[in-house]
Design a protein around this ligand. Structure first.
Ligand SMILES: [Fe+2]
Length: 190
Protein backbone atom coordinates (compact mmCIF):
# COMPACT_ATOMS: atom_id res chain seq x y z
CA UNK A 1 0.00 0.00 0.00
CA UNK A 2 1.28 3.50 -0.86
CA UNK A 3 2.48 5.46 2.13
CA UNK A 4 0.42 8.55 2.77
CA UNK A 5 2.01 11.87 3.73
CA UNK A 6 -0.56 12.04 6.50
CA UNK A 7 0.80 8.91 8.20
CA UNK A 8 4.05 10.79 8.88
CA UNK A 9 2.33 13.60 10.76
CA UNK A 10 2.34 13.06 14.53
CA UNK A 11 -1.15 13.35 15.99
CA UNK A 12 -2.83 13.02 19.35
CA UNK A 13 -4.51 9.74 20.24
CA UNK A 14 -8.19 9.56 19.34
CA UNK A 15 -10.49 10.24 22.29
CA UNK A 16 -11.48 7.03 24.10
CA UNK A 17 -15.12 5.97 23.79
CA UNK A 18 -17.39 6.89 26.66
CA UNK A 19 -20.93 5.81 25.94
CA UNK A 20 -23.90 7.01 27.93
CA UNK A 21 -26.09 4.50 26.08
CA UNK A 22 -24.93 1.46 24.14
CA UNK A 23 -26.26 0.76 20.65
CA UNK A 24 -29.10 -1.77 20.81
CA UNK A 25 -30.26 -0.75 24.30
CA UNK A 26 -33.46 1.04 25.25
CA UNK A 27 -34.01 3.80 27.78
CA UNK A 28 -37.28 4.32 29.60
CA UNK A 29 -39.35 7.08 27.96
CA UNK A 30 -42.79 8.08 29.26
CA UNK A 31 -44.81 7.96 26.02
CA UNK A 32 -47.43 5.39 27.11
CA UNK A 33 -46.05 2.73 24.81
CA UNK A 34 -45.05 -0.79 25.92
CA UNK A 35 -41.33 -1.56 26.00
CA UNK A 36 -41.75 -4.45 23.56
CA UNK A 37 -43.43 -2.16 21.01
CA UNK A 38 -40.71 0.46 21.40
CA UNK A 39 -37.99 -2.16 21.07
CA UNK A 40 -39.44 -3.58 17.86
CA UNK A 41 -39.94 -0.05 16.54
CA UNK A 42 -36.32 0.89 17.25
CA UNK A 43 -34.96 -2.27 15.57
CA UNK A 44 -37.14 -1.81 12.48
CA UNK A 45 -36.48 1.92 12.21
CA UNK A 46 -32.72 1.40 12.47
CA UNK A 47 -32.92 -1.01 9.52
CA UNK A 48 -34.99 1.53 7.61
CA UNK A 49 -32.48 4.22 8.60
CA UNK A 50 -29.46 2.24 7.33
CA UNK A 51 -31.22 1.62 4.02
CA UNK A 52 -32.39 5.23 3.69
CA UNK A 53 -28.88 6.56 4.38
CA UNK A 54 -27.58 4.20 1.68
CA UNK A 55 -30.20 5.33 -0.84
CA UNK A 56 -29.52 8.98 0.03
CA UNK A 57 -25.79 8.47 -0.64
CA UNK A 58 -26.55 6.55 -3.84
CA UNK A 59 -28.43 9.63 -5.10
CA UNK A 60 -25.44 11.81 -4.24
CA UNK A 61 -23.07 9.46 -6.07
CA UNK A 62 -25.30 9.45 -9.15
CA UNK A 63 -25.75 13.24 -8.94
CA UNK A 64 -21.99 13.58 -9.30
CA UNK A 65 -21.50 10.76 -11.78
CA UNK A 66 -24.45 11.34 -14.15
CA UNK A 67 -23.62 11.29 -17.87
CA UNK A 68 -25.06 11.33 -21.36
CA UNK A 69 -27.81 13.33 -23.11
CA UNK A 70 -29.97 13.50 -19.95
CA UNK A 71 -27.06 14.64 -17.76
CA UNK A 72 -28.46 18.04 -16.77
CA UNK A 73 -31.96 16.77 -15.98
CA UNK A 74 -30.75 13.80 -13.95
CA UNK A 75 -28.01 15.80 -12.23
CA UNK A 76 -30.73 18.11 -10.86
CA UNK A 77 -33.30 15.36 -10.18
CA UNK A 78 -30.80 13.20 -8.26
CA UNK A 79 -29.84 16.21 -6.14
CA UNK A 80 -33.51 16.92 -5.31
CA UNK A 81 -34.09 13.30 -4.31
CA UNK A 82 -30.86 13.31 -2.27
CA UNK A 83 -32.12 16.28 -0.24
CA UNK A 84 -35.55 14.70 0.27
CA UNK A 85 -33.96 11.42 1.41
CA UNK A 86 -31.74 13.39 3.81
CA UNK A 87 -34.88 14.80 5.45
CA UNK A 88 -36.21 11.24 5.82
CA UNK A 89 -32.90 10.15 7.40
CA UNK A 90 -33.26 12.85 10.05
CA UNK A 91 -36.93 12.05 10.72
CA UNK A 92 -36.30 8.31 11.12
CA UNK A 93 -33.17 8.79 13.25
CA UNK A 94 -35.02 11.14 15.57
CA UNK A 95 -37.95 8.71 15.86
CA UNK A 96 -35.47 6.04 17.03
CA UNK A 97 -34.32 8.42 19.78
CA UNK A 98 -37.92 9.33 20.71
CA UNK A 99 -38.64 5.63 21.28
CA UNK A 100 -35.64 5.39 23.65
CA UNK A 101 -33.17 3.76 21.25
CA UNK A 102 -29.86 4.76 19.69
CA UNK A 103 -29.90 5.56 15.98
CA UNK A 104 -27.27 4.09 13.67
CA UNK A 105 -25.22 6.96 12.25
CA UNK A 106 -21.80 6.31 10.77
CA UNK A 107 -21.01 4.97 7.30
CA UNK A 108 -19.13 1.84 8.40
CA UNK A 109 -21.99 0.80 10.70
CA UNK A 110 -24.57 1.57 8.01
CA UNK A 111 -22.62 -0.55 5.49
CA UNK A 112 -22.78 -3.52 7.87
CA UNK A 113 -26.54 -3.22 8.31
CA UNK A 114 -28.00 -2.15 4.99
CA UNK A 115 -29.95 -4.51 2.74
CA UNK A 116 -29.31 -2.29 -0.31
CA UNK A 117 -26.55 -3.81 -2.49
CA UNK A 118 -23.34 -1.79 -2.61
CA UNK A 119 -22.64 -0.07 -5.97
CA UNK A 120 -19.20 -0.20 -7.63
CA UNK A 121 -16.79 2.61 -6.78
CA UNK A 122 -16.61 3.52 -10.46
CA UNK A 123 -19.03 5.39 -12.69
CA UNK A 124 -21.99 3.53 -14.20
CA UNK A 125 -24.11 4.18 -17.29
CA UNK A 126 -27.43 5.98 -16.86
CA UNK A 127 -29.47 2.78 -17.35
CA UNK A 128 -27.62 1.00 -14.54
CA UNK A 129 -27.84 4.04 -12.27
CA UNK A 130 -31.62 4.15 -12.73
CA UNK A 131 -32.02 0.39 -12.21
CA UNK A 132 -29.89 0.54 -9.06
CA UNK A 133 -31.96 3.39 -7.61
CA UNK A 134 -35.26 1.64 -8.39
CA UNK A 135 -34.02 -1.58 -6.77
CA UNK A 136 -33.04 0.32 -3.61
CA UNK A 137 -36.41 2.08 -3.50
CA UNK A 138 -38.20 -1.27 -3.75
CA UNK A 139 -36.12 -2.77 -0.91
CA UNK A 140 -37.16 0.17 1.26
CA UNK A 141 -40.81 0.16 0.21
CA UNK A 142 -41.16 -3.56 0.83
CA UNK A 143 -39.77 -3.34 4.37
CA UNK A 144 -41.57 -0.06 5.10
CA UNK A 145 -44.99 -1.58 4.30
CA UNK A 146 -44.34 -4.52 6.65
CA UNK A 147 -42.93 -2.25 9.39
CA UNK A 148 -45.96 0.08 9.19
CA UNK A 149 -48.28 -2.91 9.70
CA UNK A 150 -46.29 -4.12 12.75
CA UNK A 151 -46.22 -0.62 14.28
CA UNK A 152 -49.98 -0.24 13.78
CA UNK A 153 -50.58 -3.67 15.35
CA UNK A 154 -48.45 -2.68 18.40
CA UNK A 155 -50.31 0.61 18.87
CA UNK A 156 -47.28 2.67 17.79
CA UNK A 157 -49.30 4.88 15.47
CA UNK A 158 -46.64 7.63 15.57
CA UNK A 159 -44.12 5.31 13.93
CA UNK A 160 -46.75 3.91 11.55
CA UNK A 161 -47.70 7.45 10.48
CA UNK A 162 -44.06 8.44 9.92
CA UNK A 163 -43.46 5.37 7.78
CA UNK A 164 -46.63 5.81 5.71
CA UNK A 165 -46.83 9.58 5.33
CA UNK A 166 -43.12 10.26 4.88
CA UNK A 167 -41.17 7.13 3.90
CA UNK A 168 -43.71 5.37 1.68
CA UNK A 169 -45.16 8.49 0.03
CA UNK A 170 -41.75 10.07 -0.69
CA UNK A 171 -40.29 6.84 -2.03
CA UNK A 172 -43.30 6.15 -4.26
CA UNK A 173 -43.12 9.65 -5.75
CA UNK A 174 -39.38 9.36 -6.35
CA UNK A 175 -39.85 5.97 -8.02
CA UNK A 176 -42.33 7.59 -10.40
CA UNK A 177 -39.86 10.29 -11.45
CA UNK A 178 -36.91 7.90 -11.80
CA UNK A 179 -38.85 5.15 -13.59
CA UNK A 180 -40.11 7.61 -16.22
CA UNK A 181 -36.49 8.20 -17.28
CA UNK A 182 -35.95 4.60 -18.30
CA UNK A 183 -35.65 4.24 -22.03
CA UNK A 184 -38.80 2.57 -23.33
CA UNK A 185 -38.33 -0.65 -25.27
CA UNK A 186 -39.24 -0.13 -28.94
CA UNK A 187 -42.83 -1.16 -29.71
CA UNK A 188 -43.16 -4.40 -31.62
CA UNK A 189 -44.16 -3.83 -35.23
CA UNK A 190 -46.06 -6.50 -37.14
FE1 LIG B 1 -23.89 19.27 -6.47
Amino acid sequence: MKESALTKVPRADAPPPYEVQAFGTLTDVPIALAEAARREGVDNLNQLLADTITLRDLYRKHHWQASGPTFYMLHLLFDKHYREQDELVDAVAERVMQLGGVSVAMGADVAEMTLVPSPPKGRERTAEQLARLLFAHEVILEEARAMARYAERDGDVGTADLIVSKIIRTNETQVWFVAEHRTAAPAEVE
